[in-house]
Design a protein around this ligand. Structure first.
Ligand code: PLP
Length: 398
């Protein structure tokens, strides 16, 4: 006998992975240049040069034992201090190393925080759809309750009426993700301030803090004049889950952190429970070499000009064809309204043209599709006729 939940999770590939595998198969059949794969959110710009330079320097300068040995579970002191200093310089805060817990990427940050806040089987974490599908799996596999409310479409900001109706005495946290995967939307200051007001009221009503979990691996990926509000400045009970996967293009290295501000209600317990969540998940410590590297590069920022160019190219061409989409100010995703009203059927139509778009149902937003534009710009140019043909086929104008 094996655990049926784990068996299910391990046996069924995600739709995104299925599409990616299908793309590889089609590339072998009809040539890679004829397949337009927008399925995966794998960064396509290289890490800033200083990232690799520092990794190499650290390997050269320090002993093998120092580079490859365990750090303490919370992470290296110097690394956490460097990150705290960088956050303080950017956001006018006064964090210290004691507020930071180094993790194996955002997924590990999230599961550690979910475990910390799941008090019993009625503990509930709420999300705003569309959301990163792993939230549900992480919360449920950990014995908690997962709930969600749809965003206010087409702005994709929070629908406060729906969220307010959903919050109960069991709600432990609301998880937000801005810039958002899959919508590419960035929450406005007004949205964050309203959320803070709502949760302050609800926390008082239910007699316990309702935390915001701010999942922000795309924090630095914003375009034009858009800015990402620093959520803990609006709401003291905010726990930040961060990762360098997207900002420094290091998804395979598994490195990130959890930030628990000292102002959080129950700070010491929350921080220690996050450490417990990481321990119970067997993370031991975040990868040492990559801790030292991100510590040395704490003030590095990505050059996102390539993503911005892709965004403009794709948005311009799709608008011209007649597509509509969510306001694309951040991350590297375009969330496209299905011309037929149904994302899954349009994904199939698109596949006939070797155009791979992820249907929105996996993100709990059925009438949309996600295009990850962290791809080669030349592929975008080659894909425009396929977007046009799929659109015409779906709308009966072929
Ligand atoms: N949260 C969101 C919204 C994501 O899009 C992702 C990855 O795509 C993650 C978390 C997990 O990131 P990581 O690779 O750092 O675990």
């Amino acid at each position: 006998m094996v655990n049926s939940t784990m068996l299910d999770l391990g046996s069924n590939r995600s739709v995104i992975r299925e599409l990616f595998e299908y793309g590889k198969k089609r590339a072998a059949e009809c040539g890679a240049e004829n397949v337009f794969d927008y399925s995966l959110g794998n960064p396509s710009i290289p890490s800033p040069a200083e990232v690799n330079e520092n990794a190499v320097r650290i390997m050269r300068e320090r002993s093998s034992i120092a580079v490859h040995g365990y750090t303490s579970a919370v992470g290296d002191n110097g690394v956490r201090t460097a990150i705290a200093d960088d956050l303080n310089a950017r956001f006018g805060t006064s964090y210290k190393k004691e507020n930071l817990f180094m993790t194996c990427g955002a997924a590990a940050s999230l599961i550690s925080v979910f475990r910390a806040l799941t008090v019993d089987h009625s503990s509930e974490i709420l999300a705003i759809a569309p959301f990163f599908p792993e939230y549900e799996c992480f919360v449920k596999a950990n014995g908690g309750v997962f709930g969600y409310v749809p965003a206010d479409v087409p702005s994709f900001q929070i629908d406060f009426k729906k969220l307010e109706a959903m919050i109960s005495e069991n709600t432990q946290a609301v998880i937000i993700n801005s810039p958002n995967n899959p919508s590419g939307v960035v929450y406005s200051e007004e949205t964050v301030a309203r959320l803070a007001d709502l949760l302050t009221q609800k926390s008082a009503r239910f007699g316990h803090p309702i935390y915001i979990i701010s999942d922000e691996p795309y924090r630095e990926l914003v375009y034009g004049s858009a800015t990402v509000p620093w959520v803990p400045s609006f709401y003291k009970n905010t726990i930040v889950c961060y990762s360098y996967s997207k900002s420094l293009s290091l998804p395979g290295e598994r490195i990130g952190y959890v930030l628990v501000p000292s102002e959080c209600d129950g700070f010491t317990d929350v921080y220690n429970a996050v450490a417990g969540g990481a321990r119970a998940s067997g993370f031991v410590c975040a990868p040492s070499l990559w801790q030292y590297t991100v510590g040395a590069c704490a003030s590095s920022r990505p050059d996102i000009a390539g993503y911005d160019e892709n965004r403009r190219l794709l948005c311009g061409a799709l608008t011209e064809i007649g597509y509509r989409f969510a306001p694309p100010h951040g991350a590297f995703y375009l969330f496209i309204e299905s011309p037929t009203g149904d994302g899954a059927s349009f994904s199939e139509t698109a596949m006939k043209h070797n155009l791979l778009l992820v249907p929105g149902n996996g993100f709990k937003c059925d009438s949309y599709l996600r295009a990850a534009y962290c791809v080669d710009g030349e592929m975008i140019k080659r894909s425009i006729p396929a977007f046009r043909a799929a659109y015409l086929e779906a709308t009966g104008n072929a």
